[in-house]
Design a protein around this ligand. Structure first.
Ligand SMILES: Cc1cc2nc3c(=O)[nH]c(=O)nc-3n(C[C@H](O)[C@H](O)[C@H](O)COP(=O)(O)OP(=O)(O)OC[C@H]3O[C@@H](n4cnc5c(N)ncnc54)[C@H](O)[C@@H]3O)c2cc1C
Length: 376
């Protein structure tokens, strides 16, 4: 079994497959979990993200419920510390438009089974004492999402990096796959044209795999799938990078309690004191030069809500490419009759959805396609 892409999605799935006794090879164009999964903030926040009655939104709720056991299992098996905070989130409404937006979202979220409560001005101030006087004096209530949480994505993938080799998973870094061609009994994996890595394009023989999972995040559509004529497939939806920036500073641990959100901004603190704020969305391809105006805008918005939290000229920021996708929700499915599965397009929620996607696909790959009546 070949897993193409060693982000949190591919790595979590590889772990689950190896636990079932499958021999797994993981190929990554760069380094293990070095792209979106290293850049992600790590909010586990159906309350901030699920805004439509769709199956992906229901999956965020299931995935959030899976997280405590997922983290416990990773910690116990690997010995790696993982910062996981069940801290809840406060969503602020500073004007009528904000409040109308929050109410609309709440209606949908209650149908999804997401816990949400209205907070009075006094309760909001008590939970978030660092709020600016203007934000604290808002004429509109805030919403409280007690189940929203945060995790350190880098610590999750550090645990997976320790665990995979112990289960015999072979990790091939700097090994970009360009095409998977079905040869009737197996797939042939070819390197990307022009790749100079040690992968199949770099002089090694072509690779073979009995089955393939494409989990290459925002790059997934650049991997060609070639089937024999007549093999029925449904064309996968195209992936596209949606770039986002985050800023970070360090404050005394405990300075922030819950996640604070306003419109598209979120601010939260890790156990080690790191305060993270973001983000923005840009459709600029795989452009790696940071947008300093976007960084400044995140800083200003944070300052307006939580004055003095960030130093004035913060130079600690980074960017990443969310795996966006046309349509609603990620591509998590088998491609027609081929032994090839798609696991990409998790957009803003790949850290949250990883245990759910891995469990679902692992079940499907090891047991065959789901039958009527199986849990989603
Ligand atoms: C700024 C920002 C904030 C975010 N915040 C959150 C959050 O708070 N909560 C949340 O749940 N999610 C968040 N996300 C989204 C989350 O990070 C992603 O959804 C998730 O990391 C996707 O994981 P992945 O494994 O699909 O992709 P990736 O982590 O990008 O992994 C894909 C891997 O495939 C490899 N690859 C690419 N091409 C090839 C090839 N041809 N052959 C082999 N390998 C290849 C890449 O090198 C990469 O390692 C955020 C993302 C960003 C950018």
């Amino acid at each position: 079994m070949a897993v193409v892409g060693a982000g949190i999605i591919g790595a979590t799935l590889a772990w689950r497959l190896a636990q079932q006794g499958l021999q797994v090879d993981v190929y990554d164009a760069g380094t293990f979990a070095g792209e979106s999964s290293a850049a992600g903030a790590g909010m586990l926040a159906p309350g901030g993200e699920a805004h439509e009655l769709a199956s992906w939104a229901r999956d965020t709720v299931i995935a959030r419920a899976m997280y405590p056991a997922f983290v416990r299992e990773l910690r116990e098996a690997s010995g790696q510390a993982i910062d996981f905070r069940e801290c809840g989130a406060v969503d602020l409404a500073l004007d009528e438009a904000d409040w109308i937006g929050l109410q609309r979202r709440r209606e949908v979220q209650q149908q999804l089974g997401i816990a949400v409560q209205e907070l009075s001005r006094a309760e909001c101030r008590r939970m978030t004492p660092a709020l600016s006087p203007q934000a604290a004096a808002s004429a509109f209530p805030a919403l409280w999402f007690p189940d929203d949480a945060t995790v350190s994505p880098r610590e999750i993938t550090a645990a997976l990096a320790l665990l995979l080799p112990r289960l015999g998973v072979r990790i091939h870094e700097h090994c970009a796959i360009g095409a998977c061609t079905w040869r009737g009994t197996h797939f042939e994996l070819r390197g990307k044209a022009g790749a100079t890595s040690s992968g199949p394009a770099g002089g090694r023989p072509r690779l073979a795999a009995d089955a393939v999972v494409i989990a290459a995040g925002a790059w997934s559509s650049s991997i060609a799938v070639e089937a024999e004529a007549g093999t029925p497939t449904t064309a996968p939806r195209p992936a596209e990078p949606i770039r986002g920036h985050l800023i970070q500073c360090t404050r005394r641990p405990g300075t922030l309690g819950p996640i604070v959100r306003h419109q598209h901004l979120y601010v939260f603190q890790r156990q080690n004191g790191a305060v993270i704020s973001g983000s923005n969305e840009e459709h600029v391809g795989f452009q790696r030069t940071p947008n300093l105006q976007a960084v400044q805008a995140i800083h200003q918005h944070t300052e307006a809500l939580l004055p003095g939290l960030f130093p004035p000229l913060s130079d600690s920021y980074w960017l990443g490419f969310r795996p966006g996708i046309a349509g609603s929700g990620p591509e998590v499915r088998r491609l027609g009759e081929l032994p090839l599965w798609l696991a990409y397009g998790h957009y803003r929620n790949g850290i949250l959805l990883a245990p759910h996607t891995a469990a679902r696909l692992c079940r499907e790959i090891s047991d065959g396609p789901p039958h009527d009546g199986d849990a989603a």
